[in-house]
Design a protein. Structure first.
Ligand SMILES: Nc1ncnc2c1ncn2[C@@H]1O[C@H](COP(=O)(O)OP(=O)(O)OP(=O)(O)O)[C@@H](O)[C@H]1O
Ligand SMILES: [Mg+2]
Length: 238
């Protein structure tokens, strides 16, 4: 039996047999502003409060802003940073370097994957977030390399049995897709979708557990709020 990792999100564990399957990679898919980063930070904070080590790998967003925004939710990561239980890694520049390299030849996707996995192993983290899975800078023309990077990353992450990972994917606005490149959703073990849907005169946030391999899930779409101190709080099926 696979161990379950409690998510820390009120109402979510009950929809998937008690939590995320340990050692697997789960995609958190949503359009901009749907709550992906908030949900991911909450997952890490839950681990930190349980005495686990966690890592946030950020791309395209400044770590300082991540911590600032977390504070508005009354989440203070600073003590965990100070004692080394929480590590925040900004790999935007690293990817830019590979982007520049692109003009000369193939992107060295295996090198990127190796470096990320090496960092995660070094930290001895049991919960990892990579937000987003694919940097915006990766050019669609390089689809084969992007696919190789995504497959390699998820494959190697899932080789680490103690590490449960959330990867976010950007859903292009107005589409019914799960990601930018259309491969992310197939390689991961699970998908959580976040959405804003329109009621008569306002939008409501919603979440659905779209797939978790080897797990019975409830396929209802739940409305949720984002509240200071509590983060993502599931309400009722819509
Ligand atoms: N302290 C707070 N209280 C209530 N709502 C908040 C608070 N902080 C953020 N939010 C809401 O959460 C929303 C989602 O933010 P979040 O950064 O998690 O989304 P995201 O899906 O990661 O966005 P992006 O695609 O831009 O990375 C914000 O637009 C904001 O409305
Ligand atoms: Mg975000």
């Amino acid at each position: 039996m696979v161990e379950r990792v409690p998510t820390g999100i009120e109402g979510l564990d009950a929809l998937m047999a008690g939590g995320f399957p340990q050692g697997r990679a789960i995609l958190v898919a949503g359009e901009p502003g749907t709550g992906k980063t908030t949900l991911c930070l909450q997952f890490l904070l839950e681990g930190l409060n349980r005495g686990e080590k966690t890592v946030y790998i950020g791309i395209d967003e400044k770590p300082m802003h991540i911590l600032q925004d977390a504070r508005t939710l009354q989440w203070d990561f600073q003590p965990f940073l100070d004692k080394g239980a929480f590590q925040i890694l900004d790999v935007s520049k690293y990817f830019s370097a590979f982007h520049n390299y692109e003009s000369q030849g193939a992107i060295q996707t295996t090198q990127i994957v190796q470096d990320l996995i090496g960092f995660i192993k070094n930290c001895q983290a049991s919960r990892v977030v990579i937000d987003p899975i694919v940097p915006l800078i990766f050019n669609q023309r390089r689809l084969p390399e992007i696919n190789e990077y995504i497959r390699g990353l998820v494959f190697d992450l899932e080789d680490l049995p103690q590490v449960t990972t959330l990867l976010t994917s950007l859903v292009p606005v107005g589409t019914n897709t799960f990601s930018q490149h259309g491969i992310e959703e197939f390689v991961v073990s699970g998908i959580i979708t976040l959405r804003l849907f329109k009621l008569t005169n306002k939008y409501v946030r919603s979440l659905m557990v779209r797939k978790i391999r080897g797990t019975q899930t409830e396929l209802s779409e739940y409305s949720f709020d984002i509240l200071a101190g509590r983060g993502v709080v599931l309400r009722q099926p819509i």
